[in-house]
Write a protein that binds this ligand. Structure first.
Ligand code: HEM
Length: 436
């Protein structure tokens, strides 16, 4: 077949396609341009060249790990200042990724995560949950008037990393103050993690089933080596970053959507009443929340917190039968392009309808149609953790409270730090009559 050029917005002679980028909401740039240029287009972002793909067909092809692999460029590369060679930001050939992956995969399996149930029940916010289940540290967000400094530092660092990725290099050099602030935030976050490690080494907790114990004590089945203190620190911060924004963002979208489509809220609440009544939530209840599970999955399809996956061809190749892509290009997969593709999801792809994933709908999905947790070896290690946490939080809230919007006519407005989240969405809760 003949090779066809990939469409590109007209570049500026000096800043190329950088002016196309919406600095405060980078992902929205890809959505906007996809509406103009279609399922595939390229961008010259000066520091890197990107090919943006937004259809099921193309994304399904590039999810093939024998031809393409994750490539931490852009914001992910900037985040290495904070997360180093931790799992999320590691380059594909870094040995520390392979080591940590082998050591940590077993602890993130469904059975191990089920064992964290009592700790999860005990605290109900994403940030606190990963703190306590991960390292036995209580951020106690509920009992503070202000957000924990670590969470503030993290938010600031994520925003700055995102901005740095889409600024010309010279501008990054000139913004001395932003760089200094970023560095201070990084040092404070590292310190908290280093202190936790030191404390655990001073006072070992042999019985704790948390991630910190695994990282400190387990050795790699292949090399027999343990993780270095530096890599443990990078992974601790990684878990806090990766586990916080994503889960809390998804829960916010979930409640927004349940309230916008009230029949789904009603069905979810009925399910909780049927399964739990006034009883206490136990691990054996979890698999019974089929409707809530579908609501969470459909939320992640409809509007998840991660906008893109960055990958790279292992060798120069052709995709879609006619578009040439090379190893020095980043392929940016638009998750929205994938999750709203009508050719896969049908004409009502823009409607929130959890029922589409019930009664065999989930099992019938074509491969790679639903990718909110990423792909293959580099997919989310915290998936079972996040799913269990979100089901627990949703069931406990619906059992006891009636949730509503502070402003009932609110329509979804999105913003992004590194992840996508609702802007200005506020909920209020009142105790359901007769529920203690
Ligand atoms: C990777 C999504 C929760 C830890 C990823 C990736 C996605 C993702 C899309 C792949 C990123 C890429 O390809 O660049 C989510 C979503 C979550 C969630 C939507 C919640 C709803 C969590 C939690 C943790 C976690 C709770 C930790 C406890 C990680 C780590 C990686 C990762 C360590 C990197 C894995 C590797 O490359 O080896 N996540 N995540 N995530 N996630 Fe999550």
């Amino acid at each position: 077949d003949a090779i066809v050029p990939i469409p590109q917005p007209p570049p500026h002679w000096f800043t190329r396609n950088l002016p196309e980028m919406d600095q405060s909401f980078p992902v929205s740039t890809f959505w906007r341009l996809a509406a103009i240029y279609g399922d595939i287009f390229k961008l010259d972002l000066v520091a890197r060249k990107a090919v943006v793909v937004s259809s099921y067909e193309l994304i399904n092809e590039v999810m093939d790990e024998s031809r393409f692999r994750k490539n931490p460029t852009g914001p992910l590369k900037e985040l290495r200042a904070l997360l180093g060679d931790g799992l999320f930001t590691a380059y594909w050939d870094e040995q520390n990724w392979h080591k940590a992956h082998r050591i940590l995969m077993p602890v993130f399996g469904p059975m191990q995560i089920r064992k964290m149930f009592p700790d999860m029940i005990d605290c109900k916010l994403a940030f606190d949950m990963i703190g306590i289940c991960g390292f036995g540290y209580r951020f106690n967000s509920f009992y503070r008037d202000e957000i924990h400094p670590f969470a503030q530092q993290m938010a600031a660092a994520l925003i700055e990393a995102g901005k740095r990725a889409n600024r010309p290099q010279v501008e990054n050099y000139l913004r001395i103050k932003s760089a200094e602030e970023l560095n201070n935030n990084i040092q404070s976050m590292w310190k908290l993690c280093d202190d936790l490690v030191a404390e655990r080494k001073r006072n070992p907790k042999p019985d704790a089933r948390d991630l910190l114990n695994t990282m400190l004590n387990a050795s790699d089945p292949q090399t027999g080596e343990k993780l270095s203190d530096e890599n443990i620190r990078f992974n601790m911060v990684t878990f806090l970053v990766a586990g916080h924004e994503t889960t809390s963002g998804t829960l916010s979208f979930l409640f927004y959507l349940l309230l916008k489509y009230p029949e789904t809220y009603y069905k979810a609440q009925q399910e909780v009443d049927r399964v739990l009544g006034d009883g206490v939530l136990k691990p054996e209840h979890l698999p019974q929340f089929k409707y809530i599970e579908a609501c969470i999955r459909e939320t992640m399809r409809f509007q998840g917190p991660i906008g893109i996956l960055n990958i790279q061809p292992i060798e120069d190749t052709v995709i879609g039968g006619k578009y040439r892509v090379s190893t020095d290009e980043t392929i940016i997969c638009s998750i929205q392009g994938l999750h709203r593709d009508r050719r896969v999801w049908g004409e009502d792809a823009d409607v929130f309808r959890p029922e589409r994933l019930l009664n065999g709908g989930w099992e019938k999905l074509p491969p790679n149609a639903w990718k909110p947790f990423g792909n293959g070896a580099r997919a989310c290690i915290g998936r079972f953790f996040a799913e269990q946490e979100m089901i627990i939080a949703t069931a406990m809230i619906l059992q006891r409270f009636q949730v509503s919007m502070v402003n009932p006519s609110y329509n979804l407005v999105l913003k992004s730090t590194l992840t996508v989240k609702p802007d200005g969405f506020r909920m209020k809760v009142v105790r359901r009559p007769g529920k203690s």
